[in-house]
Structure formats: structure tokens, C-alpha cells
Ligand binder design. Structure first.
Ligand code: NAD
Ligand code: TYD
Length: 351
């Protein structure tokens, strides 16, 4: 048996592939374009593992994805591949539409073609689409957390492109009977996260004595989930989720950004005190706000907890400490990302 994972060289995808192969004999076909966010260093543990087949390519390449379905006959697809950074989507939305919307469309079409030719196997086949809580828009301070029935109100090109892909997935279930599942998760953090996102960026800047940029007043609220908890939730939805259903995933960990940054600073103060004896918090710098910055996200995870019995293993306190320890122990991973040398393998392919 085989599963097809897309975007499996990125942050969450690589954690998922590592976690999957640590628990299962089932092979993984890992289709990833290796954009700036894809990093094969995340997968070095699997270098000589025959159960991991890496394919560099685009989910929007119809010929390629059709061939991968025909060759490997996966029993499931887990679609992580995406452009994922809100700030980048503000400066250049085109890649977000191309990958998140059109790429998902191409993958759905190929999956539909494959499912139609495998009538007997197709009852087992699953297309799991990994999405975000950002599709629901911004919550007022006292509003209840997002449930699966909240209206879609995306505010950034990133969240709009993900919302569009969620709608396509839904439509393929209702129109063509494709056996789909959708998950909408809150902000993730943990090992292998690209240091453009808040938590790894702050850890990296702090260790290098650089300013820790806080957008606007820093009172925006995000709901944080440790990445391996997201991976176990996806696995649970894949195995037990009801076809056509949406599952919100989150760990009930709402925090304002400023508090996240202060927490990172105080853990670093204890684990790696600065030479001058000052706190890392002295590096906090308030900067111009992100345009259209959503004020608050929060996930109501009651459905996945009640229907599928999933619970996160990490609290924010245990998860953030583990994350900081991982970045301290893996400075060479960060250095290669920051100096660009993690791209060497990709550039050789294109030379
Ligand atoms: P990431 O940016 O770290 O990784 C994305 C991966 O997709 C990269 O390896 C990249 O090379 C690959 N990719 C991009 N375009 C591709 C294409 N056209 N074809 C094939 N591969 C392509 O992203 P992430 O943070 O790991 O997020 C993974 C998924 O989870 C995304 O769909 C994202 O919307 C969703 N999600 C992320 C978070 C979060 O906090 N990071 C939260 C909820 C949901
Ligand atoms: P980010 O990690 O980019 O995730 P998202 O935009 O998908 O939630 O940002 C998390 C929060 O942190 C968000 O409210 C924006 C804020 N932020 C900063 O204040 N400073 C930064 O340098 C970054 C990258 C984000």
C-alpha cells in the first residue's frame, strides 16, 4: 500500500512523512516542487529508506500527477503542497493562485480520473485536503472560536486561495462523489519551520542579536498547535473521518503575538543567556502593521475530539520549549536555510 503526499518537503509535510514512516510500513510517494519552502534536509533521516520515494514536481503538472496515480495507485492523497506565507501573498499573489487553487484543481482532476478507473478500490480511496483556519476570516475579541459551520470570509490572498481550494474539494465530493476529507488547522509551530514565520523568525533573530519585529500593537491573537499534533490529527481523519466532512484542528491555545515573543525570550534567557546579561526581550521592536492583518483566529476543536477522539499531546508550554531546543540543537539547518545553501541540490537539478 502507498500514499501520495504533496508538499512533503515543507514544514508540516516533512513532519508528517517522518511521523508516518516511523509508524507504518506503508510507502510514501512525496511530490514536492521544492520551491524556496521545500527543503530536502528535512528528510535526511529517510535517505536510504526505500519506503520513501521523492519526486520533484508540480501538483499543477497534469501529465505528471496522472502518471503518478497510474504508476503507484495510492490508496490516499494528503495534499499539503501550497504557498503558505501571508506576507508573501500580499507582495505576490500569483503563485498562491497557481499552486493553491489551480494546483489543487489539477490534483483533484487526476484523483477523479484515477478513482473512476479503480471502481473496486475506490471505496477505500481518500483525498485529504490540508487547509487553514484563516479561511474563516477574523474573529471579534469575544466571539466564539471557529467551528466547521462558520462562514468563509478570507481576507488575504493566501487565505482566499486556500478557501477557493476548499470549495473545489467540497464540490468534487458533491458533484462527482470523490471521497474527500478537509482539515482546517490553526497556526503550527515546531521543527523545520521556515524562519519567515513568527516563531522560528524570532528564535533566529534573537540568537543573532537582531530586532524581533512585532507587527502593529502585537495584540493580534493566534491559536497555536505543535506540528506533530497536527500530523496525528490528519492521520486520525484519514483513518476515521466521515467522507465529505470538514474537521477543524486546534489545541485551544490562543495567545497574543506579543506574549508568544515574550515567552520565547524568557526561555532563551534561561537556555542561552546573552553575553551582555540583557534579556532577549530588549530586542523587541514594534514595526508597521501587515495590511489587512486579521485580529484573531481561534479553533473550536470539539468535533474532532468528540467524533474521532483526537487530543493534542503538547501544551503550548511543552511545545514551545521543545521547539526552541530543536532550533538550538539544529543551528546548522537554520544556517543553511538563511545562507541559501539548502538550495544546492535543487540548483544542481536545474543546471
Ligand atoms: P510550507 O510552505 O512549509 O511547505 C509547502 C511545501 O509545498 C514546500 O515543500 C513546497 O516546496 C511545496 N510546494 C509549493 N508549491 C508546490 C507545487 N506547485 N507543487 C508541489 N509542491 C509545492 O507550508 P506548511 O507550513 O508546511 O503548510 C503545509 C500546508 O498546511 C499548506 O497547505 C498550508 O496551507 C497548511 N496549513 C499550514 C499551517 C501553518 O501554520 N503552517 C496551518 C494550517 C494549515
Ligand atoms: P505568521 O507566522 O506569518 O503566520 P500567519 O500570518 O499565517 O498567522 O504570523 C503569525 C502572527 O505573527 C501574525 O499575526 C503576524 C505576526 N508576525 C509579527 O508580528 N512579526 C513577524 O515578523 C511575523 C513573521 C509575523
Amino acid at each position: 500500500m502507498t500514499i501520495l503526499v504533496t508538499g512533503g518537503a515543507g514544514f508540516i509535510g516533512s513532519n508528517f512523512v517522518l511521523d508516518w514512516l516511523a509508524q507504518s510500513e506503508e510507502a510514501v510517494i512525496n511530490l514536492d516542487l521544492l520551491t524556496y519552502a521545500g527543503n530536502l534536509d528535512n528528510l535526511t533521516k529517510l535517505k536510504n529508506d526505500p519506503r520513501h520515494v521523492f519526486v520533484q514536481g508540480d501538483i499543477g503538472d497534469k501529465e505528471l500527477v496522472t502518471r503518478l496515480f497510474a504508476e503507484h495507485r495510492p490508496r490516499a492523497v494528503v495534499n499539503f503542497a501550497a504557498e503558505s506565507h501571508v506576507d508573501r501573498s500580499i507582495h505576490g499573489p500569483e503563485d498562491f493562485i497557481r499552486t493553491n487553487l489551480l494546483g489543487t484543481f489539477t490534483l483533484l482532476e487526476a484523483a477523479r480520473g484515477f478513482a473512476a478507473t479503480t471502481a473496486s478500490e475506490s471505496s477505500e480511496f481518500r483525498f485529504l485536503h490540508v487547509s487553514t483556519d484563516e479561511v474563516y476570516g477574523s474573529l471579534a475579541p469575544e466571539a466564539p472560536a471557529f467551528s466547521e459551520t462558520n462562514r468563509y470570509e478570507p481576507n488575504s490572498p493566501y487565505s482566499a486561495s486556500k478557501a477557493g481550494s476548499d470549495h473545489l474539494v467540497r464540490a468534487y465530493f458533491h458533484t462527482y462523489g470523490l471521497p474527500v476529507l478537509t482539515t482546517n488547522c490553526s497556526n503550527n509551530y515546531g521543527p523545520f519551520q521556515f524562519p519567515e514565520k513568527l516563531i522560528p523568525l524570532v528564535i533566529h533573530n534573537a540568537l543573532n542579536g537582531k530586532p524581533l519585529p512585532i507587527y502593529g500593537d502585537g495584540r493580534q491573537v493566534r491559536d497555536w498547535l505543535y506540528v506533530t499534533d497536527h500530523c496525528t490529527a490528519i492521520r486520525r481523519v484519514l483513518e476515521q473521518g466521515r467522507l465529505g466532512e470538514v474537521y477543524n484542528i486546534g489545541g485551544w491555545n490562543e495567545r497574543p503575538n506579543i506574549e508568544i515573543v515574550q515567552t520565547i525570550c524568557s526561555i532563551l534567557d534561561a537556555l542561552r543567556p546573552r553575553n551582555d546579561g540583557q534579556s532577549y526581550a530588549d530586542l523587541i521592536t514594534f514595526v508597521k502593521d501587515r495590511p489587512g492583518h486579521d485580529r484573531r483566529y481561534a479553533i473550536d476543536a470539539s468535533k474532532i475530539e468528540r467524533d474521532l477522539g483526537w487530543r493534542p499531546s503538547e501544551t503550548f508550554e511543552t511545545g514551545i520549549r521543545k521547539t526552541i531546543e530543536w532550533y538550538l540543537e539544529n543551528q546548522s539547518w537554520v544556517t543553511k536555510v538563511v545562507d541559501g545553501s539548502y538550495r544546492t541540490w535543487v540548483e544542481k537539478q536545474y543546471a
